[in-house]
Write a protein that binds this ligand. Structure first.
Ligand code: FES
Length: 213
């Protein structure tokens, strides 16, 4: 298998390797086809990604694409960074063998996971939810779920979740998934933007308590 000089260079001397200790967002992702892993951490200042580091436990192509991705992402705004596709990363490396193209998806996925964490920490749960394509089950029709619900209706919200999603174990949910499930409750009638992570964690724990009796 032929690798370009750039791929070899980024594999032998990967840029931006490590962990940012006081990161504004951290994300991890795995490649389902091979089990390789990538972790990314970022600093953001006024919507610009000012610093980025990664650690990849994976093949040479994964390391090279992760390294190139961090170079392309650094200095970009969040929206610009999200437009960088895995193909663009591979092209910047003068191409990858087709059988290794799947490795380039790792960095793009890790960036989305990292920005999801950033938005969640900032309390921008709608933006975080928009970045995750986690499937959310349709709520089961129930009286509790149909009643008008606001963020303040804590106990009623817990009862509504419990009756609308009887097959869900709340401990398996990410904050963003729980947020999406609440928005799907037919009675939900509040501003999604005012939700925050702490509130969702409390709801999750209370739901767990109700469920475990
Ligand atoms: S073989 Fe797993 S990322 Fe390349």
């Amino acid at each position: 298998m032929e690798y370009s000089e750039k791929v070899m260079d980024h594999f032998m001397n990967p840029r931006n390797v490590g962990v940012i200790e006081d990161a504004d967002g951290v994300g991890r992702t795995g490649n389902p086809t091979c089990g390789d892993l990538m972790e990314m951490s970022i600093k953001i200042d006024e919507n610009v990604i000012t610093d980025i580091k990664f650690r990849t436990f994976g093949c040479g192509a994964a390391i090279a694409t992760s390294s190139m991705a961090t170079e392309l992402i650094k200095g970009k705004t969040i929206d610009e960074a999200l437009e960088i596709s895995n193909r663009a990363i591979a092209e910047a490396l003068d191409g990858l063998p087709p059988i290794k193209m799947h490795c380039s998806v790792l960095a793009a996925d890790a960036l989305r996971a990292t920005l999801t964490d950033y938005y969640t920490r900032q309390g921008h749960l709608e933006k975080a939810a928009a970045l995750t394509d986690e499937e959310v089950a349709e709520p089961v029709d129930s009286e509790e779920a149909r009643e008008p619900l606001h963020w303040d209706d804590f106990s009623r919200m817990v009862r509504a979740l419990n009756s609308a999603y009887p097959d869900t174990d709340p401990l398996d949910l990410s904050t963003t998934k729980l947020f999406k499930m609440i928005l799907k409750l037919p009675g939900f009638d509040d501003n999604p933007e005012v939700a925050n992570e702490e509130q969702l964690e409390k709801l999750q724990m209370a739901w767990h308590e109700v469920r475990s009796g």
